[in-house]
Design a protein around this ligand. Structure first.
Ligand SMILES: Cc1cc2nc3c(=O)[nH]c(=O)nc-3n(C[C@H](O)[C@H](O)[C@H](O)COP(=O)(O)O)c2cc1C
Length: 215
């Protein structure tokens, strides 16, 4: 065997080994990502990597007020609450509590009293409550609410943020129905179900809203 042929064989072998190592490393990284997803619930783990990017979810999120008759899986509701708790909070105080409502007859009076008609067809709701004596409770609970809305979009659910605080009438109704601790206030009620497809994202981009470096 001449010298150049030997060099070729060695280089090809090195290349093949290199590619094999790369493939194994990519496979390991994928398994690690899936294991991480499993920590946050099988529903999240089931989402294939890259199926819907974070930006896809952000830009496709919309308020969904029309739902099909399909029930929402408990596991998905758990994933939504976990997503809420992953939100940032001032000084990491996490001053929240969540009431997950699956018995929707409980919310029928709210729908009648507040005119939140989407609750009549919703299959579940998550009420986000904040501890009133915490400095940033409104911001913290808003961040949790948005996380839940984004997670709902990512899981193929439809959801809409329904105001609580500072609408005193609504908050009074929530308090009557759920009798939660005096230390807490409802920031939002998130109505949830599978979307009929009637609700679509709005294009809200306005260039004039952006100020570069100065007003
Ligand atoms: C603080 C806040 C309170 C809201 N309250 C209600 C509400 O009580 N009822 C409702 O139908 N939608 C409510 N929404 C949803 C808005 O109407 C909706 O986000 C807005 O029209 C923009 O539409 P989009 O979410 O599809 O982009 C609320 C949203 C926010 C951020």
């Amino acid at each position: 065997m001449n010298r150049s042929r030997l060099t070729n064989i060695i280089l090809t072998t090195i290349l093949v080994i290199g590619v094999a190592i790369l493939v194994v490393q990519m496979q390991n990284a994928k398994e690690k990502r899936n294991a991480k997803g499993a920590e946050y619930g099988t529903a999240a783990a089931e989402m294939k990597t890259g199926e819907k990017s974070a930006l896809d979810v952000i830009f496709s999120r919309k308020s969904v007020r029309h739902y099909t008759d399909r029930e929402v899986e408990t596991e998905k509701l758990m994933t939504l609450v976990k997503a809420g708790m992953a939100a940032p909070t001032g000084m990491n105080r996490q001053p929240w509590s969540f009431i997950v409502v699956t018995n929707m007859t409980q919310l029928a009076p709210i729908s009648d009293m507040t005119g939140l008609m989407m609750l009549k067809k919703a299959k579940a709701a998550i009420i986000v409550l904040g501890k009133k004596d915490e400095k940033f409770w409104q911001q913290d609970c808003s961040a949790a609410t948005e996380n839940i809305l984004l997670a709902a979009e990512a899981l193929g659910l439809g959801a809409v943020w329904c105001a609580g605080y500072p609408l005193t009438d609504r908050v009074d109704n929530y308090k009557k129905l759920f009798n939660y601790s005096e230390d807490y206030e409802v920031l939002s009620l998130i109505s949830i179900g599978y979307p009929t497809g009637e609700d679509q994202p709005k294009d809200k981009y306005k260039e004039e809203k952006i100020h570069w470096n100065r007003w």
